[in-house]
Write a new protein. Structure first.
Length: 257
């Protein structure tokens, strides 16, 4: 009887060890299968992204190579629009919006802030002088926006009316006109950072530009009634930390719209 009990005990111990090893093996097999499923489920398909031309040129284009290398199965399509579009009508997955958001039926992810600067070329300032106060702007050539009059109301410490003598519907054109010495313009930092560093443009009256204000905000938006697809999530997670923006979101924004 004692020998039988000892034999039964040994078999039970061996069975327990075998069971533990089997469970470990099954767990490893399940993990391997999950990794394969994850690999197969890598983000793929078309991703259509809408943004203003300057944002595409100065912020997104430099990131395209790295993103495509990481996600080769995503067919990235960058569409430039100077005005706010209807995402469904334009068959757009994601839009980058600069300024205050108005569409309540959209999801939004805050990407950062881009401070505004009054800038001009060194040649223009040499010929026309450098403004020091908001009132001085009335004696200068102002480059504005043709299709967005609200962008011609600059967020200054003292309110005043500005009348652009030269305007364009494209922010990139406004930038090029400014570099060419045609006048003063109020532009977002994300599109002129390199110009300021190399001296193509000079920052003036910085102390008189109110910041933060809601025109500095940059968001990515997509429709609430659609789940966040893997390709949209992959794109936002990739560009988010690489954009040249201020990531601090102020508690209160001064409204200039």
């Amino acid at each position: 009887m004692n020998a039988f009990r000892c034999s039964l005990y040994s078999i039970t111990e061996e069975g327990r060890l075998f069971s533990e090893q089997a469970r470990l093996g099954l767990h490893q097999l399940a993990s391997a299968e999950e990794n394969i499923r994850t690999l197969k489920a890598a983000p793929s398909g078309r991703l259509r992204v809408d943004a203003a031309t300057p944002f595409i040129l100065h912020q997104l284009v430099p990131l395209v190579a790295g993103f495509r290398q990481l996600y080769p199965q995503i067919e990235l399509e960058l569409v430039a629009s100077e005005n706010i579009i209807d995402l469904i009508q334009r068959k757009t997955d994601l839009a980058i919006r600069i300024g205050p958001l108005q569409d309540s039926n959209l999801h939004a992810r805050f990407l950062g802030r881009s401070p505004l600067h009054i800038v001009a070329s060194a040649d223009y300032l040499e010929q026309h002088g450098t403004p020091g106060e908001p009132d001085d702007l009335s004696d200068h050539q102002i480059i504005g926006f043709a299709d967005a009059p609200h962008l011609n109301r600059w967020p200054l410490s003292s309110q005043m009316s500005l009348h652009p003598r030269l305007s364009s519907s494209s922010g990139e054109t406004v930038r090029q006109l400014c570099i060419a010495g045609e006048g003063l313009a109020l532009l977002s930092r994300f599109m002129i950072d390199e110009d300021l560093r190399n001296g193509r443009l000079i920052n003036v009256m910085d102390a008189h530009v109110v910041s933060p204000n809601n025109r500095e905000l940059v968001h990515a938006v997509y429709y609430r009634n659609t789940s966040l697809s893997s390709r949209i999530s992959a794109f936002l997670d990739y560009i988010g930390p690489r954009l040249k923006l201020v990531t601090f979101y102020p508690v209160a924004e001064t409204e200039f719209s």
